[in-house]
Design a protein. Structure first.
Ligand SMILES: Cc1cc2nc3c(=O)[nH]c(=O)nc-3n(C[C@H](O)[C@H](O)[C@H](O)COP(=O)(O)O)c2cc1C
Length: 349
């Protein structure tokens, strides 16, 4: 069964192709350090056979980068030191773990950051995810702020290396800052960071290049999606060709894994299965992790049979069933995800 086959990415060996998708649990300490249950919470997934774990989104700066209250960070030495305990607990169980680095951008909880910045002036539709309050008006980042944001990703990546993480995942999805720059619907800048696709790609590419500079041979994953927290139907102006160009540019910049987040990876909606296939066909060296709506072993097998797909990631199915792999292999009934479960205390067994 392909799901159970090992996977080598750059210099690391992963025991199988089951990935824990990044999932914000918003239960870190106030100062963004890892809280008491987090090492056991993460290592429990490794103990239960998940080959590769993506952390929840970690903020990279305290000026504008946080997305949620009680989100963990990776921008101070104290935060880095507490991540060491998570990483070694996961390694002790034979698992691998990547740090997912994020900038919250326009989707940050109101009042959380001293500066609320985005690609362009504006306000995301609807309410925030964590507290359900109306999104706050954001202003366009200045060029010097963009430079600082890139430097903060670079610093977070070097802290991740020092903490022992096996790789980095860059959160480039769902309308947070990097995706905000990448998307024509939200990026209305007229400088070198907006307008043409090449310009919209500039921030993501510069972040990948900087991270590559500090992580050396470790793998870099890029989490991408078309749908956004405040816009489920975004279509890029250049259609499939644009997505192909984005995947190629990221690969050239140094990405080893394209983590394609869809709402349903197996659904034949415009950007479900077709997106996975487009990205699978676009990459040459990089591998694709497919994500979205996968619940059963059969879902995973079907997805792993798509051209170019080398791994699958599950979020909600693993949240409601930490022992998903054994349960699925033994065809035992699975628990269903109930919205809001992520706010419950971290399960450590
Ligand atoms: C509770 C929860 C928290 C999430 N947090 C993150 C996150 O921190 N970073 C991220 O890239 N995606 C996040 N996601 C999106 C998931 O990684 C995944 O793309 C999405 O849930 C679809 O996969 P699924 O159908 O297997 O749940 C989150 C999803 C859920 C349900």
């Amino acid at each position: 069964m392909k799901l159970l086959e090992p996977l080598d990415i750059r210099n690391i060996q992963i025991s199988n192709r089951l990935v824990l998708a990044p999932m914000s649990r918003m239960q870190a300490n106030e100062d963004g350090t890892v809280s008491e249950r987090m090492p056991l919470y993460y290592s429990n997934y490794a103990r239960r056979g998940v080959g590769l774990l993506m952390t929840e989104a970690l903020y990279t700066d305290k000026i504008s980068g946080r997305a949620y209250f009680n989100q963990p960070g990776l921008c101070t030495a104290a935060q880095r030191d507490t991540w060491r305990t998570v990483v070694s607990a996961v390694h002790d169980m034979g698992g691998r773990i990547f740090a997912q680095l994020q900038h919250g951008g326009r989707l940050a909880e109101p009042g959380l950051n001293p500066q609320h910045i985005a690609a362009s002036d504006g306000i995301a539709a609807g309410n925030t995810w964590q507290t359900g309050r109306p999104n706050a008006a954001a202003r366009a980042a200045t060029t010097s702020e963009i430079k600082q944001i890139i430097e903060c990703f670079e610093r977070a990546a070097s802290y991740a290396v020092e903490a022992g993480f096996d790789g980095i995942e860059i959160h480039g999805a769902r309308g947070y800052l990097i995706d905000d720059f990448l998307s024509a619907s939200t990026n209305r800048r007229e400088d070198e960071y907006g307008g043409s696709l090449e310009n919209r790609l500039r921030l993501p590419v510069q972040i990948v290049e900087c991270v590559r500079g500090v992580v050396g041979k470790r793998p870099i994953s890029f989490n991408m999606s078309l749908y956004k927290m405040d816009d489920l139907s975004y279509t890029p102006p250049g259609g499939e060709a644009e997505m192909t160009s984005i995947a190629s540019a990221l690969e050239t910049a140094g990405v080893d894994l394209l983590h394609v987040s869809t709402r349903k990876a197996l659904r034949d909606e415009q950007w479900g299965e077709p997106l996975v296939k487009v990205i699978g066909a676009a990459v040459t060296r990089a591998r694709v992790i497919a994500n979205g709506g996968l619940k059963t072993l059969d879902d995973c097998s079907q997805c792993l049979a798509l051209p170019g797909v080398e791994a699958v990631s599950l979020a909600r199915a693993l949240l409601s069933n930490p022992d998903w792999l054994s349960m699925a292999l033994e065809r035992r009934p699975l628990e269903t995800y109930v919205p809001g479960m992520e706010r419950e205390a971290l399960r450590i067994a």
